[in-house]
Design a protein around this ligand. Structure first.
Ligand code: AMP
Length: 484
């Protein structure tokens, strides 16, 4: 079995990997690291969850160490571009971990935070800079940053950057970066626009490709409730309160809605029911989004409501259940959503809520994934609960269920809660800085299934995956059918 040492990485990086507890390289790491260490350009077709961050960051760190140049004034030696703020923050954290013993300086600049602070961060330059394209260009325009010092340029989730309208930003960055550089280009899909971008950015790249989707989806058991649109909130509440059993032990639940408005509505309703949850979407400020993710990761608020774009690309460990509260109108998005569970080799559960007007979406999901989602029964007394908000009888047991050990997300007794004022909401100001992509807003409702990828708002002010022209992620395999 190949080890990280076999791949030619330096001692400080190997030690950092030891500290992280990684013993063996993932397939993309095994393929990419030797080529990057040789100085080759790279085209990686892979998505989050494959270990691609380490695949570019580990050899990238060693390239910088080997070149041994001074940190350039108001510039950086390695630039990593990422589509969303959360992903950028996550990459910067990884860079700090992986480069802990290499003595490299890491900075992260993203929209929705103070530009003044970013200017200060960059004044003396940095070894590694992780950035979203919009904020990067803002700082270049303000002469707080230049790209002259770049030795290694990395584009992560390039297809997502295009979807979010960053094409002009990317072209400008390409013009400004030195021609003599190494470029590592990552994308989950390879539509024509990406191929064109690759040929502009890369010079005879080594191509590596991994298809995690099939392996991930095989570990996900997929279920379905047929439930009316206006009954979904009641059903969700019953599940989260442990009044209606669903398969698996609920630990951390990621709930997807199609729109920002829908996400806020769920948070509000759950709050009325005494269940604490957070939402991440494009109308939340960066600190609010980061705090929601942190609380979810730490398990303090283990229920997170997200729109597609907001959650895309972020590594959220420990998600036991993904609930598709609203089915996505682009079937590939379903694969991305359920891939948030079953991370790092674990098993996961995906549950869809399908209303009458979403049947067309369900049909598309079945067609694209090949999965038969197993139908779960609604609670016996469900209608009574919904209509009269009557008392909920004990939930019926369905076969093969593991019983939830405890209701989830119920507010803790007051004494257990964090003292008021400790957690300061940073205000509702709109995230600034990152260029606002086109078609940023969702329809604000669930809409009729049109079979086309419109009305899928939310996320980083982003357009999300639209239309059906997109290929299946990573060449994706088929989720396992769970229909026994
Ligand atoms: P990524 O695709 O870069 O977002 O990585 C997905 C997850 O896998 C992250 O939580 C990484 O910390 C983790 N990871 C990356 N490489 C390895 C490895 N070789 N062994 C174990 N975990 C890894």
């Amino acid at each position: 079995m190949t080890t990280f040492a076999d791949l030619g990485l330096s001692q400080p990086v190997l030690q950092a990997l030891d500290m992280k507890g990684y013993s063996t390289p993932t397939p993309i790491q095994e393929q990419a690291i030797p080529a990057v260490l040789k100085g080759r350009d790279l085209l990686g077709i892979a998505q989050t969850g494959t270990g691609k961050t380490a695949a570019f960051m580990l050899p990238g760190i060693d390239r910088l160490r080997e070149n041994d140049k001074q940190i350039p004034f108001k510039s950086c030696r390695m630039l990593v571009l990422a589509p969303t703020r959360e992903l950028a923050v996550q990459i910067a954290d990884s860079a700090r971990d992986y480069g802990a013993l290499a003595g490299l300086k890491v900075q992260c600049i993203v929209g929705g935070t103070s530009v003044g602070k970013d200017r200060n961060k960059l004044h003396r330059g940095t070894d590694i800079l992780v950035a979203t394209p919009g904020r990067l260009l803002d700082l270049i325009d303000q002469k707080a940053l230049n790209l002259n010092g770049i030795e290694v340029l990395i584009l992560d989730e390039a297809d997502q950057m295009l979807d979010l309208g960053f094409i002009h930003a990317l072209r400008k960055i390409k013009e400004l970066a030195p021609k003599e550089r190494q470029t590592l280009f990552f994308s989950a899909t390879m539509p024509k626009a990406i191929k064109e971008l690759v040929s502009g950015f890369c010079n005879n790249p080594v191509q590596v490709s991994v298809t995690p989707q099939s392996t991930t989806a095989e570990r996900i058991d997929q279920y379905l409730f047929m439930v009316q649109q206006d009954e979904k909130l009641s059903l969700l509440e019953m599940i989260l309160k442990g009044r209606h059993d669903v398969p698996g032990t609920i630990e951390r639940v990621l709930i997807f809605t199609r729109t920002k408005h829908g996400a806020d509505r769920v948070v509000k309703r759950l709050s009325h029911a005494g269940i604490e949850s957070n939402a991440i979407h494009g109308n939340k400020s960066q600190p609010q989004r980061q705090r929601a993710l942190d609380e979810f990761r730490k398990g303090r608020v283990p229920i997170l409501i997200a729109t597609d774009v907001a959650a895309r690309g972020i590594d959220i460990p420990g998600v036991s259940h993904v609930i598709n509260y609203e089915l996505p109108n682009v079937p590939e998005q379903y694969v991305h959503r359920i891939g948030r569970t079953a991370r790092a080799g674990k098993e996961g559960i995906a549950i869809g809520f399908c209303a009458e007007d979403e049947r067309a979406y369900l049909k598309d999901i079945r067609k694209v994934t090949g999965a038969e989602l197993e139908r779960l029964p609604l609670p016996d007394n469900f209608r009574a609960v919904v209509e009269g908000e009557g008392p909920t009888k004990p939930a019926p047991r369905t076969p093969m269920k593991r019983v939830n050990p405890r209701p989830l997300g119920q507010r803790k007794p007051q004494g257990d809660r964090r003292p008021q004022g400790e957690r300061r909401p940073e205000g509702d100001r709109r995230p600034q800085g990152d260029r606002k992509p086109q078609q940023a807003h969702g329809s604000g409702g669930s809409g009729r299934p049109s079979g086309k990828g419109g009305g899928n708002g939310g996320g980083n002010g982003g357009g999300g995956d639209r239309g059906r022209g997109r290929g299946r992620p990573g060449g994706g395999g088929r989720p396992r059918s769970v229909n026994a």
